[in-house]
Design a protein around this ligand. Structure first.
Ligand SMILES: [Mg+2]
Length: 146
């Protein structure tokens, strides 16, 4: 029985996003460039260690990323490579490519709540996502690892 769910964003939280964010900050976003740079993102050892510790303490660790599920395999490989331990990984469906990250994550959150209840805590690097979690009554902490 899990003690509660803790959500970790990927880019900017578990992975440094200084090299990947420029691809999605431009309009229109360069998703092909992002997708080829993402496997090389540098890890954030302290956040990975924290997530692993929470997983081992029987919290349900959920990774929520606005990355497209087109790069599920390389994303999964990145998490394994850096020793991430977690219960579930939510990714953006290709059909939701035009949704804002906050909308995509709200949909992930509602799916998670339906199955496992309201998460205890969330970490994210974007203000819009922090506001979205807080509006749902979830304590959300903003971190930013470039
Ligand atoms: Mg992020």
């Amino acid at each position: 029985m899990s003690k509660g769910t803790i959500i970790f964003d990927l880019d900017g939280v578990l992975a440094r996003d200084g090299e990947t964010r420029p691809f999605v900050d431009i309009r229109p976003p360069d998703y092909a460039g992002f997708n080829s740079a993402a496997p090389h993102a540098r890890p954030v050892p302290e956040m990975l260690a924290f997530a692993k510790a929470m997983h081992r303490q029987d919290y349900r660790v959920a990774v929520f990323t606005a990355r497209s599920s087109d790069i599920f395999h390389s994303t999964r490989a990145w998490l394994d490579k850096w020793g991430m331990e977690f219960a579930t990984l939510y990714m953006r469906s290709p059909a939701a490519e035009n949704d804002t990250p906050a909308k995509a994550k709200k949909d992930m959150l509602e799916a998670e709540i339906e199955l496992f209840g309201v998460p205890a805590l969330a970490f994210d690097n974007e203000d819009e996502n922090i506001k979205m979690y807080e509006a749902r009554g979830i304590t959300a902490l903003r971190v930013q690892y470039d």
